[in-house]
Design a protein around this ligand. Structure first.
Ligand SMILES: [Zn+2]
Length: 326
C-alpha cells in the first residue's frame, strides 16, 4: 500500500511543513523527524519520500499508481536506501557502507533518499562519519533522520538538519487507530483497547505491546481470583511493588473484580471482559455477590494507598483475605 499523507493522523504541523518543501521544490538535504516512539514518524517519512519520487504528484501527495509509487510501496525502489541498527546500534560500518553506495550513480533519474531509523541509535563514531554527508550530500539526495529522542543525537547532527516535530496523540485517536486494525479488534475487547489507549502516553505504537501485556495480566488475575495459590499471591504482591509505573496495571484486576460481582448477581449486560465470559462465569460462581463486591472495593483501597505505603504487602493480604474460608 502506498503511504499517503491522508493516512497519517494528528501530525498536521509536520505534514504542512513537508508539503511546503515539496511545493516549493526545496526539500532540504537533511531532515530530522523527531518525537515519541510509535506516533507515525516512519510512516510519514515513507509518505513524504513517495510524494518526492512520484511523477504525478498532486495536492494530496503521491499519485499511488505511477511506476515510482508502485516500486516504493513494494519496498524495492532502488533510490530509497534504509539504515537501521543491526544489533542495538547503528555502527560506523553501516554509515560507511551508505556513503559508498551514495558515491555511485543513482539507478533512476528520480531523487535519492535515505531513511535512518532510529537515528538516535547511531554510535558517536557513526554519527561523526555521517556529518560530512549531511554537510555536502551528493546532488538530489535527501537524508531523513528519524529520532525518538532528540537529546541522544549529537548537536552537530541536529544543527545540520531541518527539524520536523511530531506530537503525541489524544487517547481517543489512539483508541480509534487500534480499533481500526482488524487483527487487534479480533483479539481484544473494546474495553481492553480503551484501557491500553489511555495508558500509552499518546503513542499507538506503544499501545500495541501494552495490549499484549494486558492479555497476560488477565490470565494471571483470573487465576488469582479463582483460587488461592500462595506462591502466585506473593508473586502478584511483588509485581505490585512498582505499581504506578505501569499505569494500566490496575485496570485489569479492577475490571475483572467488577465483572465477577456483576456475573455473580446474574447480570447479563455491562460485562467489560465479555470475551472471556465463560471462564469468568465459572469463577464468579465460587463466591456470592457480596464477597465479590467486597473484593472490588478491597482492591480499590489497595490502589488508593499512598505511594510510600507497602503496596506489596497490602496486595498479598488482600488476596489471602479474599480466599479465606467462611
Ligand atoms: Zn506516483
Amino acid at each position: 500500500m502506498v503511504e499517503a499523507f491522508s493516512s497519517i493522523r494528528c501530525q498536521n504541523r509536520a505534514i504542512s511543513l513537508l508539503r511546503r518543501y515539496l511545493e516549493a521544490n526545496g526539500v532540504p538535504p537533511g531532515l530530522l523527524f523527531f518525537g515519541e516512539e510509535g506516533i507515525g514518524k516512519e510512516k510519514t517519512a515513507l509518505a513524504f519520500i513517495t510524494a518526492l519520487f512520484c511523477r504525478k504528484r498532486g495536492g494530496e501527495g503521491a499519485c499511488g499508481s505511477c511506476a515510482d509509487c508502485r516500486l516504493l510501496s513494494s519496498g524495492a525502489h532502488p533510490n530509497l536506501l534504509r539504515v537501521s541498527p543491526e544489533n542495538q546500534f547503528i555502527q560506523i560500518a553501516e554509515i560507511r557502507g551508505l556513503k559508498e553506495e551514495l558515491s555511485l550513480k543513482a539507478f533512476s533519474d528520480r531523487p535519492r533518499a535515505v531513511i535512518i531509523c532510529p537515528a538516535d541509535r547511531m554510535t558517536p563514531q557513526a554519527a561523526n562519519a555521517l556529518l560530512k554527508t549531511l554537510e555536502e550530500p551528493p546532488p538530489d539526495t535527501h537524508l531523513v533522520l528519524v529520532a525518538h529522542r532528540l537529546s541522544r543525537l549529537p548537536p552537530t547532527i541536529v544543527s545540520r538538519c531541518q527539524k520536523i516535530p511530531f506530537t503525541t496523540l489524544p487517547a481517543e485517536d489512539v483508541e480509534e487507530i487500534l480499533g481500526g486494525i482488524p487483527s487487534i479488534r479480533k483479539r481484544h475487547s473494546p474495553a481492553e483497547i480503551r484501557v491500553a489507549s489511555a495508558c500509552a502516553g499518546g503513542s499507538p505504537g506503544r499501545a500495541i505491546p501494552l495490549l499484549a501485556e494486558m492479555e497476560g495480566d488477565r490470565k494471571t488475575w483470573t487465576a488469582l481470583f479463582s483460587g488461592l495459590d500462595p506462591a502466585a499471591a506473593v508473586a502478584a504482591g511483588e509485581g505490585w511493588k512498582k505499581a504506578g509505573e505501569r499505569k494500566g496495571q490496575i485496570a485489569v484486576p479492577l475490571s475483572l473484580a467488577r465483572d465477577l460481582a456483576l456475573l455473580s448477581s446474574g447480570a447479563e449486560t455491562g460485562i467489560i471482559n465479555e470475551d472471556i465470559r465463560e471462564s469468568l462465569d465459572a469463577v464468579a460462581g465460587r463466591k456470592n455477590r457480596g464477597r465479590w463486591t467486597r473484593a472490588f472495593h478491597g482492591l480499590l483501597s489497595v490502589v488508593r494507598l499512598p505511594p510510600q505505603a507497602q503496596k506489596r504487602l497490602a496486595m498479598e493480604a488482600f488476596l489471602f483475605d479474599l480466599h479465606r474460608k467462611g
